[in-house]
Design a protein around this ligand. Structure first.
Ligand code: FAD
Length: 302
């Protein structure tokens, strides 16, 4: 296994955190508190999602810009191809650049009606994530070539997948188009990641493939999203949450321990980078990091 892990992935553990843009003042306060509490964990980067159909365009941009300007964190802005022309999407990339953001998570995205619905290319828009990566790289060569670009990947296949050969070839094509890193859909069994990594490496994918670790203590919500995105929930996970519907405190403890246990098993396989889907909850991400032995470092004023 260790030979499958690239040199950039070897070494001391490093983490990154995903946030979503807030919908209200109260949610903005919670997000900002989360950012402040997680900054001392010195993440490799933090990323901010982009809503279906560009529905969060302004909020995503404001959040990413604020992180870039008011913290020492390195933010990545998610960008999708949905419901926008190429020019509109590339102008968001330019805005990111002007705000000091140097990292984009380039995605095709889902239709505004939601995950599971058929994606339709916007007339004048990007066809898919590969087209988007190529568009960013070709746009204003002074900017496009300098962005770090991360992409998605699917260790249990994307619901629209045409099978493993096509899936790996598609990921390799993202790399060839200029992607620097892939972040996985969430999963709960280490073998799912290990087997996927083997397939990807055999298919010529050499970029780091960072496991995406879900920190969702609401098991009902987790089941709903898993059904839509094709990530499996093992029987032992159902068992762990069984009967905890009214007990959020215990669910959170279970969630942090399940995530830390998965990371430890992946560490045993040589993995050292972990991307946490934080759902803007500082406590869960912090306790998972602590369980992995990560300690906060003092943060100087930005
Ligand atoms: P792509 O990787 O471009 O394609 C998805 C799948 O379709 C491929 O894996 C493959 O199975 C199939 N496919 C498509 N074209 C081809 C082809 N030519 N040949 C073979 N197979 C093909 N959604 C949001 O709306 N906002 C976000 O901020 C966001 N962030 C995400 C972050 C991560 C790390 C991940 C894993 C997902 C994220 N998503 C987000 C969800 C994502 O938008 C959906 O999964 C969407 O359905 C696919 O977008 P994609 O960029 O992964 O698509």
């Amino acid at each position: 296994m260790s030979s499958l892990v690239t040199p950039r992935q070897a070494g001391s553990p490093s983490v990154s955190f995903e946030f979503f843009p807030p919908k209200s003042e109260a949610m903005a306060d919670r997000l900002w508190e989360t950012v402040e509490r997680l900054e001392p964990m010195t993440p490799n980067f933090v990323s901010v999602t982009y809503g279906a159909g560009g529905s969060t365009r302004e909020r995503t941009h404001d959040t990413v810009r604020r992180i870039a300007q008011q913290t020492h964190l390195r933010p990545a802005g998610h960008l999708t191809c949905v419901s926008a022309t190429k020019d509109e999407v590339l102008s968001v990339a330019e805005d990111y650049w002007d705000a000091g953001v140097r990292h984009i998570v380039a995605l095709r995205g889902d239709p505004p009606s939601g995950m599971g619905e058929k994606f339709e290319q916007h007339p004048g828009g990007f066809r898919d994530s590969i087209d988007l990566i190529e568009g960013i790289r070709a746009h204003r060569p002074d900017l496009g070539r300098c962005f770090e670009i991360s992409v998605s990947c699917y260790p249990e296949l994307h619901p629209e997948s045409q099978g493993w050969d096509a899936e790996i070839a598609f990921l390799k094509a993202k790399q060839d188009a200029g992607a620097d890193r892939a972040i996985t859909q969430f999963f709960f069994e280490p073998d799912i990641y290990v087997n996927f990594l083997e397939k990807a490496r055999a298919g010529g994918v050499t970029m780091p493939i960072v496991p995406g670790i879900m920190l969702q203590p609401n098991f009902k919500g987790l089941k709903r999203i898993s059904n839509l995105c094709g990530a499996s929930l093992p029987a032992w996970l159902h068992e762990l949450y069984d009967g905890l519907e009214e007990d959020q405190e215990t669910r959170e403890l279970v969630t942090a321990n399940v995530a830390a246990d998965l990371c430890r098993k992946l560490s045993d396989e040589g993995v050292s980078d972990f991307h946490f889907y934080t759902l803007n909850r500082a406590g869960l991400a912090l306790s998972t990091c602590r369980l992995l032995g990560l300690k906060p470092k003092p943060v100087e004023a930005a």
